[in-house]
Ligand binder design. Structure first.
Ligand SMILES: Cc1cc2nc3c(=O)[nH]c(=O)nc-3n(C[C@H](O)[C@H](O)[C@H](O)COP(=O)(O)OP(=O)(O)OC[C@H]3O[C@@H](n4cnc5c(N)ncnc54)[C@H](O)[C@@H]3O)c2cc1C
Length: 285
């Protein structure tokens, strides 16, 4: 399909990019890899009058790691994450999740910023951002602000970004060496978007029990979210068969899936429990 007509700009500074976005009355859009935006334009779901290409903006393709955590520039691609050996210890949950993103060609071009700003409910990166309480740094004509992941994702394909704002960075808090993690997802074919996925972690204490459980669900309902009741079933307990069964049951009860062309709500509800069970077993082992 032919794309609708649009103007194109490729600014060299963030300031210039924000000014361009602000100059088009909400009709301009940033473009990262174009993997979601181009098809949306072809189908006339999006018809921006101006595309502001982010590829020349300095520093947006950097991964920085320090004692406070991992900072992913918005233009970091999936393959940059997979190629960065430091992340095996600095953020193994991120690395584990990104291995499930589509195929080589997609991972070669898709970006962190494009994924979180597109906000597909089944995408892995928003799921990791929610599970890990990420902070999103954005820059607009009013200056810079930091948005917590729980306030950033408002629903399917909807975020808290203003039309003149550009996401510059996603910060994931530091990952302690003793932390245990599990990431499980189920898709019809390898590389497809998840029908249900679970990202989780917890911190063991000296007495064999665990705390600080974070359980995030992907692909079930209209956005990624944490499952407070599943987390409560884990916190303060040893991760044994009884705890795993209780957490899986709580997660199944807590999600709010809808029937769609891929699966019934009942199937996704059951699948969520199974993903929690598998993720906890893998974390415990
Ligand atoms: C065939 C296929 C399979 C896929 N499978 C998966 C999968 O299994 N899992 C998964 O998670 N993803 C999957 N994806 C998504 C893919 O990995 C990209 O994350 C996603 O398409 C975003 O693409 P992009 O980075 O090129 O962003 P673009 O398409 O360029 O942009 C997407 C949206 O974000 C906005 N945007 C981009 N960057 C910024 C920024 N810095 N600030 C503000 N707004 C911004 C754009 O204006 C646009 O609205 C798949 C994509 C395809 C085409």
């Amino acid at each position: 399909m032919k794309l609708p007509a649009f103007e194109y700009a490729c600014p060299a500074t963030l300031k210039e990019a924000v000014a361009l976005l602000a100059s088009h009355d909400g009709e301009a859009k940033p473009i990262a890899g174009g993997q979601s935006l181009m098809p949306m334009m072809a189908f006339r779901v999006a018809q921006p009058s101006l595309l502001v290409d982010l590829r020349k903006l300095p520093d947006l393709n950097k991964i920085a790691i320090d004692k406070d955590g991992v900072r992913l520039g918005a233009m970091v691609r999936w393959r940059d994450i997979q190629d960065d050996k430091r992340l095996a210890t600095a953020h193994p949950l991120l690395l584990g999740a990104i291995a499930h993103v589509a195929h080589y060609q997609i991972r070669n071009r898709g970006t962190v910023g494009g994924s979180v700003c597109h906000a597909d409910p089944a995408a892995e990166m928003p799921g990791i951002a929610i599970t890990c309480d990420a902070e999103m740094t954005v820059m607009g004509k009013g200056g810079q602000r930091v948005i917590n992941a729980k306030d950033f994702f408002l629903g399917a394909l909807t975020t808290a970004l203003e039309p003149d704002e550009i996401l510059t960075e996603v910060k994931l808090p530091a990952w302690p060496v003793t932390r245990r993690l599990g990431f499980q997802e189920f898709a019809r074919r390898r590389g497809d978007f998840a029908m249900a996925g679970i990202a989780l972690f917890y911190d063991p204490d000296a007495g064999g029990k665990v705390g600080n459980a974070h359980v995030g669900v992907i692909g079930v309902g209209d956005k990624q979210r944490r499952l407070a009741k599943a987390e409560a079933a884990i916190n303060g307990n040893a991760v044994n068969d009884a705890t795993i069964a209780k957490a899986a049951e709580a997660a199944s009860a807590e999600v709010e899936p809808q029937d769609d062309i891929h699966a019934s709500a009942a199937y996704r509800r059951a699948l969520t429990g199974t993903m929690v069970e598998r993720a906890l077993k893998s974390a415990a082992s």
